[in-house]
Design a protein around this ligand. Structure first.
Ligand SMILES: *Cc1c(COP(=O)(O)O)cnc(C)c1O
Length: 313
């Protein structure tokens, strides 16, 4: 299926806000809603589609023939770029970190999905991957580099931020806090750009530190936000049995699946902040479900190999 353009996904006046009943979590005094951006596409992460929307329009308007991008073994961005390529008949190439993955492709759900979407996968050794910003290094892998529209890892750029500023709609102005998980910061910057003066942004860094403030300052003038890495569970893609238990309990109660790398850490953080009394009494909080569900299978393989409890799908 090839759609004329990506607006197909976004015209539906934004994704729905689903109320999370807080009683079973022994929390009261607030209302919490989850914006179901994860429902934009059955496999692909909501915010990665948002980030790609204008980049893909820009690519289509350029003389470039194909998209070239980068990512690790479980990358939501790789999965999203591959899916968009398939939907829009754009050839895609993914430069993947780690040459050992070449042998493991069929047992890696993310890479297998990207491959099935028609993405050409090229594996880079880790030291070259670190230097991928240098043209000479890239040319070793892609001799005809000029023919490609290059999207950086994570996809953050002003066009990506513009796409993310469309996550919130007019109907969301009656919330007091807007929360999201923060990786590079592109998604949060887009959200900050669309906030009303009475709304506060709340970002949960899934990396160590809150250095994304620099990116936020680059792409947004709005400083009415709080960014914390307190609920990062030790860093990017780090996870323990407590987080797995939380994901499974949340699903049992709400029937909503969270992903272990981003949205679960945000939701765990929100509920902890509620219990600590961080939010104003009776306030309305909107959390963004940015998707990322395609990464669960890969995470479960890692949990299984460590004999840890797995995420129920
Ligand atoms: C990438 C991603 C994020 C973070 O987006 P950034 O723009 O890099 O901050 C949040 N949630 C999910 C599910 C993601 O895949």
């Amino acid at each position: 299926m090839a759609y004329e353009n990506l607006d197909f996904f976004f015209k539906k006046s934004g994704s729905i806000n689903e109320e999370i009943c807080l009683e079973p979590f022994s929390i009261s005094g607030y209302s919490l809603f989850l914006k179901r951006e994860d429902q934009i596409h059955p496999v692909v992460s909501g915010n990665k589609f948002r980030k790609l929307k204008y980049l893909v329009h820009d690519m289509k308007a350029s003389p470039k023939k194909a998209i070239l991008t980068f990512g690790g073994a479980f990358s939501n961005h790789i999965a999203a770029t591959a899916a968009i390529g398939k939907l829009m008949d754009i050839p895609t190439v993914g430069l993947i970190r780690g040459e050992e993955l070449e042998q493991l492709r069929t047992s890696n759900p993310t890479l297998q999905y990207a491959y099935q979407c028609g993405m050409r996968l090229i594996y880079m050794n880790r030291s070259d991957y670190r230097l991928k910003g240098q043209e000479e290094v890239l040319k070793k892998y892609i001799p005809n580099l000029d023919e490609y529209y290059i999207i950086p890892e994570g996809g953050t750029s002003s066009l990506a931020v513009k796409g993310c500023s469309e996550i919130l709609s007019e109907a969301d102005t009656n919330f007091d806090y807007i929360a999201t998980a923060v990786g590079t910061g592109g998604t949060f910057a887009g959200i900050l750009n669309s906030l009303q003066p009475h709304q506060q942004g709340l970002g949960f860094s899934v990396l160590n530190g809150t250095f994304q403030k620099e990116i936020l300052g680059k792409f947004s003038n709005n400083t009415h936000y709080h960014l914390t890495d307190t609920f990062n569970f030790g860093g990017y893609a780090k996870i323990d049995s407590e987080l797995v238990r939380f994901i499974n309990k949340f699903k049992e109660i709400t029937r909503i699946q969270l992903d272990p790398v981003y949205t679960a850490k945000m939701m765990y953080g929100i509920m902890n902040l509620m219990q600590e009394g961080y939010f104003r009494k009776n306030s309305r909080i909107l959390a963004i479900h940015t998707g990322g569900l395609q990464g669960i299978k890969g995470m479960n393989l890692r949990l299984k190999s460590k004999n840890l409890p797995q995420i129920e799908i």
